[in-house]
Design a protein around this ligand. Structure first.
Ligand code: 13P
Ligand code: SF4
Length: 351
């Protein structure tokens, strides 16, 4: 995976070999220099770099010691022996790293790397749901901030959401905050779902003839909510042999129309292992380049007008500056961290 060599020239040559189709040569030279400098500083400062699968190709293929989806990177953050964790991903991911490794300095290269799902719910919202549905266990997607995790029983990611829900010995589960992920989990586990933010209060009462097993929220990923069934139909009309991969944050009808749905790593694995030639990726566009760089014999269709502005905040330049200036430090108040850790640990125990 790591393309950084002993010299800038060796780094440039390795990057060129893999990335020449995506990155113009002039930019490759510039980025090779940045990647090489990051690598030297990383060793000097005893740091580890974790890179989410959405990072742009020149970053993804060079400086991270580990790349992966949210679950894989949480596991790496929990077990590292380095002094500094540089999280090339969004804030909730860096916070999860801090929750799991409080003795490490956790850095995020840009303070602007947020997430629309994490913004969609507050700790107060969760407390009010708990008082409305007393005793019902709360599952939260990791795409939430620490204060929200602290109010909940167990976390989940896109790769284990159905498994986490199934692990709870309860007739009802509160599942927050992604509306579409919740609907996709409901479908996968054969459960009915209601949304207290939208459904009339009358329908929430038991004994009304209306019953429900999952209680959802109205958060959405600003990227995945934009993909439609029409996109799939149009692409299949033009390229009938296309295999469609959709992240579970997509609308349920989109997931249903796709050939496969899974976490970012599950999608990468699917393309690697499948014999098909052409794919349509319904997720952040950079991931398509990252996959093709490793599977050049395959063809990837992407809808690149739809991008995650938060993930795209993280660059090689910011990452270098983060190491040079030890910025931006991610902290979580200890009282919140301890409660949030219980929910994250419980998820990690399940797998
Ligand atoms: P994964 O856990 O599948 O990598 O998803 C994280 C994310 O933010 C997707 O938008
Ligand atoms: Fe958040 Fe969506 Fe961006 Fe993932 S793609 S970080 S869920 S806004």
């Amino acid at each position: 995976m790591q393309l950084v060599g002993k010299t800038v020239e060796a780094t440039y040559n390795a990057m060129k070999e893999r990335l020449k189709e995506f990155v113009p040569d002039v930019e490759l030279r510039y980025k090779a220099e940045l990647a090489w400098r990051i690598e030297q500083l990383k060793k000097e400062k005893n740091a580890v770099i974790l890179g989410h699968n959405y990072m742009e190709p020149a970053l993804y293929h060079t400086v991270p010691d580990f790349t992966g989806d949210s679950l894989e990177l949480s596991r790496k953050a929990a077990t590292t022996d380095k002094d500094i964790i540089v999280f090339c991903g969004v804030r909730f991911m860096a916070e999860t790293a801090k929750i799991l490794s409080p003795d490490k300095t956790v850095l995020i290269p840009s303070p602007k790397a947020g997430c629309s799902l994490a913004e969609s719910i507050t700790a107060k919202d969760v407390r009010s749901l708990k008082s409305r549905f007393p005793g019902v266990p709360v599952v939260t997607y990791v795409n939430t901030y620490a204060e929200v995790k602290a109010e909940t029983d167990i976390c989940c990611t896109s790769s284990n959401a159905a498994k986490v829900v199934a692990s709870l010995d309860s007739d009802r589960v509160i599942f927050l905050p992604d509306e579409y992920l919740a609907q996709n989990v409901a479908r996968e586990t054969g459960k009915s779902i209601i949304f207290p933010t939208k459904d009339p209060v009358k329908s929430l009462k038991k004994g009304n003839g209306v019953d429900y097993q999952l209680i959802g929220w109205n958060g959405r990923c600003e990227v995945h909510e934009q993909f439609t069934v029409e996109d799939i139909v149009n692409v299949r009309k033009q390229f009938p042999d296309t295999i469609v991969l959709a992240h579970p944050e997509c609308r349920p009808e989109v997931v249903e129309a796709a050939d496969f749905s899974g976490s970012t790593t599950a999608m990468i694995r699917y393309v690697r292992e499948s014999g098909a030639k052409r794919y349509l990726l319904l997720t952040e566009c950079s991931m398509g380049d990252n996959i093709i760089a490793e599977n050049p014999e395959k063809e990837m269709l992407r809808l690149c007008s739809i991008r995650c502005p938060h993930m795209n905040e993280i660059t090689l330049e910011d990452t270098l500056e983060a190491l040079e200036k030890t910025q931006y430090v991610v902290d979580v108040p200890e009282e919140i961290r301890l409660r949030a850790k219980k929910a994250v640990d419980r998820m990690l125990e399940i797998g």
